[in-house]
Design a protein around this ligand. Structure first.
Ligand code: G3P
Length: 224
């Protein structure tokens, strides 16, 4: 099943999109949480209230060695929420991912900038892989190409990891990763809104309203 996430801790935006989209959960990182000004103790119950108790919340470890990351992950798993533990794919992060997977902790391998790096995280058993599409583009490389190549390697080797690309600055990047067959995506609120905000839509809707009201006034369809 395709999983749609919001890449935000902004409760107003989470409520807004929960009303109009099938939001599976949210992804966070230390910068997002620091920017939101609220900690997990406050955020988690509020997100569960908005999205329901089946919502999946991705939370990144901030420990700086593998032991600390695994301890942090174990604490996160004790909380009464569906938490996926995000681990940056560094050498230390890969050690932590391997250890977490021996304990069946759900893991998202994050900060992926290359196909090779993502492939290794998948081999270590990561459940989700988050390539940073726009950040890769901004470095002069091809973010959506990284996603497509990684998806094809996952398919070829039948690896369980699901691609959950992050870091988008335009809707074309979103379209390209969807076409590559990813199983999940996380969108900043602004990009989520742009996906349904084609400039031709509102004028078309306005024209329908005008035509209708010219003949039927304020009647509803079943009253005509
Ligand atoms: O968690 C990673 C993702 O949020 C990065 O997005 O927009 O900071 O490149 P961005």
């Amino acid at each position: 099943m395709f999983e749609l996430y919001l890449d935000t801790a902004d409760l107003g935006q989470i409520s807004r999109f929960a009303a109009c989209l099938p939001v599976h959960g949210i992804t966070t990182n230390p910068s997002i949480l620091a920017g939101s000004g609220i900690g997990l103790a406050e955020l988690l119950p509020k997100v569960a209230e908005i999205l329901g108790d089946k919502a999946v919340i991705h939370v990144q470890v901030v420990g700086e060695d593998a032991d600390a990351m695994v301890r942090e992950a174990l604490h996160l798993q004790e909380l009464p929420y569906r938490i996926v533990v995000k681990v940056p794919v560094t050498e230390i992060g890969l050690i932590a991912i391997k250890r977490m997977k021996t304990r069946n902790i759900p893991v998202l391998a994050t900060a992926i900038y290359s196909v090779q790096q993502g492939f290794l995280a998948a081999l270590c058993g990561a459940d989700y892989l988050a390539p940073y599409v726009n950040r890769i583009d901004a470095m002069g490389a091809n973010g959506t190409g990284v996603v497509a190549d990684l998806q094809s390697l996952l398919d070829r080797h039948r690896l369980v990891g699901k691609l959950l690309p992050a870091s988008f600055k335009n809707t074309q990047q979103v379209l390209e990763v969807l076409k590559a067959g990813v199983g999940a995506i996380t969108l900043p609120p602004g990009i989520a809104a742009e996906l349904f905000a084609h400039p031709a839509v509102q004028p078309a809707v306005n024209r329908f309203t005008q035509d209708w009201q010219a003949v039927f006034g304020r009647k509803l369809s079943f009253e005509s």
